[in-house]
Design a binder for this molecule. Sequence first.
Ligand SMILES: Cc1cc2nc3c(=O)[nH]c(=O)nc-3n(C[C@H](O)[C@H](O)[C@H](O)COP(=O)(O)OP(=O)(O)OC[C@H]3O[C@@H](n4cnc5c(N)ncnc54)[C@H](O)[C@@H]3O)c2cc1C
Length: 218
Amino acid sequence: MTICDQDYSANIIERRWLSKKTFEIILNRPASFTFKPGQRISLKYKKMERDYSLASSPDESHLKLCIRHVKKGVLSQELGDTQIGTRISFAGPHGYFTYKNPQRPTVFIATGTGIAPFRSMVRSGTSPDFLLHGVETSEDLYYSEEFQSVAESYIPCLSQSKNSQTYFRGRVTDYLQMHLPPENYDFYLCGRLEMIRDATLLVDELFEGSNIYTETFY
Ligand SMILES: Cc1cc2nc3c(=O)[nH]c(=O)nc-3n(C[C@H](O)[C@H](O)[C@H](O)COP(=O)(O)OP(=O)(O)OC[C@H]3O[C@@H](n4cnc5c(N)ncnc54)[C@H](O)[C@@H]3O)c2cc1C
């Protein structure tokens, strides 16, 4: 894959809250900007720079980011308040977290906004055998309708919802340990470091010989 690192600027054309803790930012797409599903951009605003995965597909006319409103997080708080129409710059596309030619059944595992690159892949026609999304409560199952209709086995995992009758109660790693049939898989993991670390240990122990591709949101 070629690395294409160029600076672009774009306007924020919409902000949409998906839950109390998460929002989407929609940017107009510079005509010359292309990317592969799963890649990210480096957003620059007020002398800050942070990475965000693209949640839209390369076929769409806009760019979509799915952002967690981090408590005391400087840029995510700014982006949650910034006026529509604000001009920001970004560099990219960056990264290699793209869908490889499948060798075995595919398992996508995300926590929180780690679902963003998978949304881009699924909207671009990729259909994983399993798609696990770990969140605290069902309020954070953004994009669930899209995934239900496309991903063969979409499995929300709720870590803080003791009473859910509909969804799996527990972390994505609990689901892996208890329910994923033993097999060799291509695992794609995206989210916070703790999940990536715990899931990698489990895959090594329970699904020996599987491939693991990761994107860590530091
Ligand atoms: C490759 C890559 C892709 C990424 N893609 C996305 C994405 O698509 N969506 C997205 O929301 N984020 C993504 N991130 C994280 C993002 O780059 C920022 O780190 C995040 O938005 C916090 O920035 P901030 O300026 O608000 O917080 P900062 O001011 O940088 O951090 C403030 C404090 O919050 C903690 N913190 C940072 N992030 C989190 C978090 N998620 N949960 C809890 N505490 C946190 C920090 O450790 C720090 O203590 C990605 C990161 C990487 C490396």
